[in-house]
Write a protein that binds this ligand. Structure first.
Ligand code: SF4
Length: 255
């Protein structure tokens, strides 16, 4: 994928951290082989269903909520209805499943906000997490960095053309399994500028040329820690002397 069309979400940035080569194979060389598992995990399905019904409720489609057939989804929904986020937000403007993006030096960064609330000039980013979360880990997660950054950079389109000051932004993760809100993610101008440098550095990293034939391309180094569970195993270990214990799969270019 060329630099001009590269678009990065928090998920993509985590993928880069996990293994730069896997990131480059997928997003720069468009290697989608082996195909991703078409059967989503139960946890993923639960998360998607929960996000969907919260959005439906936001749109006023209450009848669909009556048809919940999963006990886990029902339990999550009950916790949600008891949370401060299920009622109407007086004096607030609210957005649900809102996309925003910014472009830095030709590379796009994307955020999809589960919910955004503007109240008297203050902005709250709400994110629903259906599993257990570790707030300390989340403080350093790409999502916690990316979402406020994008809102400050691009949020004027939602704010009648006015820029949003970083200090007016806060982020809350709602943990569906416990019903707890984690609200320790403050934001300000200083953090915003530090993050700008961090994202600019990330742009430089992902924009470097990638040679997939070179298994040890220094621009996108391998991370052997994750090879055993990586769908690109055969694309790496065919080309390198360091093999994982997985049996080699036929490479698509050699079958
Ligand atoms: S097989 Fe290993 S080195 Fe290759 S992309 Fe996957 S995790 Fe990275």
């Amino acid at each position: 994928m060329s630099k001009e069309v590269l678009r990065l979400s928090a998920h993509n940035l985590r993928e880069f951290d996990r293994c730069p080569r896997a990131f480059a194979l997928q997003y720069k060389a468009n290697r989608f082989w082996p195909a991703p598992d078409p059967v989503p995990s139960k946890h993923m399905e639960l998360g998607q269903a929960f996000h969907r019904i919260v959005h439906q409720k936001f749109l006023g489609l209450n009848p669909l909520i009556e048809n919940l057939n999963s006990p886990d989804l029902k339990a999550l929904w009950q916790k949600y209805t008891l949370s401060p986020y299920s009622g109407s937000e007086e004096k607030s403007r609210v957005w649900s499943e809102q996309n925003l993006h910014v472009t830095l030096d030709g590379v796009g960064f994307l955020a999809r906000f589960d919910r955004l609330v503007r109240n008297e000039g203050n902005w709250t980013i709400l994110d629903w997490k259906t599993g257990k979360i570790d707030p300390v880990k989340l403080a350093g997660d790409w999502q916690t960095k990316l979402y406020p950054f994008i809102l400050a950079e691009a949020g004027s389109v939602l704010n009648d053309g006015e820029e949003i000051e970083p200090s007016k932004i806060r982020m809350i993760y709602w943990e569906g399994s416990t019903g707890i809100s984690h609200d320790r993610f403050s934001y300000d101008e200083g953090k915003h500028e530090v993050l700008r440098s961090e994202f600019e550095e990330k742009v430089r990293q992902v924009s470097k040329p990638f040679d997939e034939e070179k298994a040890d391309d220094p621009n996108f180094p391998r991370n052997p820690k994750h090879c055993k569970k990586c769908g690109y195993d055969s694309l790496c270990n065919r080309l390198s002397s360091s093999n994982s214990d997985r049996p080699e799969l036929p490479h698509p270019r050699f079958v």
